[in-house]
Design a protein around this ligand. Structure first.
Ligand code: SF4
Length: 206
């Protein structure tokens, strides 16, 4: 199994955390307002995903910003050495199994390497989609009518009635894109980003 090209690129660029730290400060503020809005709408529904057996951490989420990657790296640094090694090995294993399943064109449903006993060990550092997943929402694109999407299976199971409380992801995506652009300009990054958590963490402890 080979590491994603982007990861090799970052290793070569030797981007130090001091260079991206100011952007992560902004990201934390942005995530805080995202969490606040999510929790407010979840409260309106009385929605709670604790103990969900269809754990969304099995979903193969791709993340699309360097910002989220750097934030995960910062979270990873807070783990004890032994745990870092375990996470890195789990991540490598997920990538290896993903490659095998892709070759067989089979469904890929593997637990995220940051999930231990049903809990995210870097919960504070989790990416945007992990924060927004679950509830029905809408998303607008320039010049188009906003598209509404349903909640996850657990949500639909818990909330069988059709009421919809507005949860517009658009401002969060727009703000993330703006911050990501400023980060890339500042650090001289030209490439786009697309990685799973497993790809971000595989081989980090080597
Ligand atoms: S980063 Fe955390 S919340 Fe997101 S999928 Fe992984 S374990 Fe789950």
């Amino acid at each position: 199994m080979t590491l994603p090209t982007q990861k090799i690129l970052f290793n070569n660029l030797k981007i130090t955390s001091a260079r991206y730290a100011p952007f992560l400060t902004e990201l934390k503020t942005h995530f805080a307002s995202m969490d606040k809005k999510y929790n407010a709408v979840a409260d309106l529904y009385g929605f709670n995903c604790e103990g969900c057996i269809n754990n969304c951490c099995f979903t193969r989420f791709h993340h699309h910003t360097h910002l989220e990657y750097f934030y995960i790296l910062e979270g990873y640094k807070t783990l004890e050495n032994k745990q870092q090694i375990t996470v890195s090995e789990k991540a490598f294993d997920v990538c290896r199994k993903t490659d095998e399943l892709e070759k067989k064109e089979a469904t890929i449903r593997l637990m995220c390497p940051l999930n231990f006993d049903g809990m995210c060990i870097l919960y504070e550092y989790r990416p945007m989609i992990c924060r927004l997943h679950g509830m029905p929402h809408e998303l607008g694109r320039p010049g188009q009518i906003p598209v509404r999407s349903p909640g996850c299976e657990a949500f639909t199971e818990q909330r069988k009635e059709k009421a919809y409380y507005t949860f517009d992801r658009t401002p969060f995506y727009v703000e993330m894109a703006g911050l990501e652009n400023r980060l890339k300009q500042s650090l001289g990054i030209a490439s786009k980003f697309k990685m799973t958590i497993a790809q971000m963490l595989a081989g980090l402890a080597d």
